[in-house]
Ligand binder design. Structure first.
Ligand code: ADP
Ligand code: MG
Length: 256
């Protein structure tokens, strides 16, 4: 099922929580097979943007498209109409999501965690799903843990399983929301190495992280968000070595 490649277009997206504007006119294009790293202080709207790409948040202005399909909407003339819940769920399969806290099913084995969604969604038969799951376990280096339960794995291993699970739905993009923030420092590297491996395979990735070293090595594009806006955007050299915006400069001074 690897690689997952999709073109993501985010166009003038705004999102309000009450009067608070969590996303403020965000526009961003993610080319297929590229890695976009999102940096920015807490509360700047990074998670809200990822959730919008998955239609876990409904945007108030603008639109998002994945390979030409409006996320959670369909176009009729010059208007966008919200899809029905089951259509949104079907569309959500296009987006893989990896959370800070892995969110594996504790009562299922590693293998069952990976095959659950593709079987439920009718993407693969159980036999096919198992075959795919073993391939994905090879991709994340954990075939020998197929029959283990999540509680018997380290945090780093659990996150690698969560990545395999996201890949199993054959999504067009995989979104990572601070995938190493909950890990002990010595386990961060193994998860970042798996993500870099996906990048090398040409999977389209969006990664919210504070790991600047990872951003420098893996990102095709880095965006820096403050107060719901993208204030800086470019390749690693531009954003990390020659930041222009004072908030980016302050942030990098603190974390580097
Ligand atoms: P980040 O991920 O960059 O830390 P978030 O996207 O989580 O930021 O949040 C952006 C802003 O939106 C914050 O001010 C946050 O408090 C607010 N926010 C996020 N989710 C909700 C929600 N469900 N209801 C109200 N406010 C929210
Ligand atoms: Mg967040």
């Amino acid at each position: 099922p690897v690689p997952a490649r999709g073109l993501i277009e985010i166009s003038n997206v705004s999102k309000f929580f009450g009067k608070h504007k969590a996303l403020d006119d965000v526009s961003l294009t993610l080319q297929p097979g590229t890695v976009t790293v999102i940096l920015g202080p807490s509360g700047s709207g990074k998670s809200t943007l990822l959730r919008a790409i998955n239609h876990l948040e409904r945007v108030d202005e603008g639109f998002i498209r994945i390979d030409g399909d409006y996320v959670g909407y369909r176009r009729k003339g010059d208007k966008l109409y919200e899809l029905k819940e089951n259509a949104i769920l079907r569309q959500r399969i296009n987006v893989g999501y990896v959370f800070q806290n892995f969110n594996l099913f504790p009562h299922l084995t590693v293998l069952e965690n990976i095959i659950e969604a593709p079987v439920v969604h009718g993407i693969y038969s159980r036999a096919q799903a198992k075959e795919v799951a073993y391939q994905l376990l090879d991709t994340v280096g954990l075939r020998h843990k197929a029959d283990a339960y999540p509680r018997h794995l380290s945090g780093g291993q659990q996150q690698r399983i969560a990545i395999a699970r996201a890949l199993a739905l054959n999504p067009k993009v995989i979104l990572f929301d601070e995938p190493t923030s909950a890990l002990d420092p010595e386990l961060v590297g193994e998860v970042l190495d798996v993500i870099k491996g996906l990048a090398d395979l040409g999977v389209t990735l969006v990664v919210v992280t504070h790991e600047i070293g990872f951003a420098r090595e893996a990102a095709d594009q880095i965006v820096f968000m403050v107060d719901g806006q993208i204030v800086e955007q470019g390749n690693a050299r531009q954003v990390l070595n020659h930041p222009q915006h004072h908030r980016t400069i302050n942030f990098l001074n603190k974390v580097l």
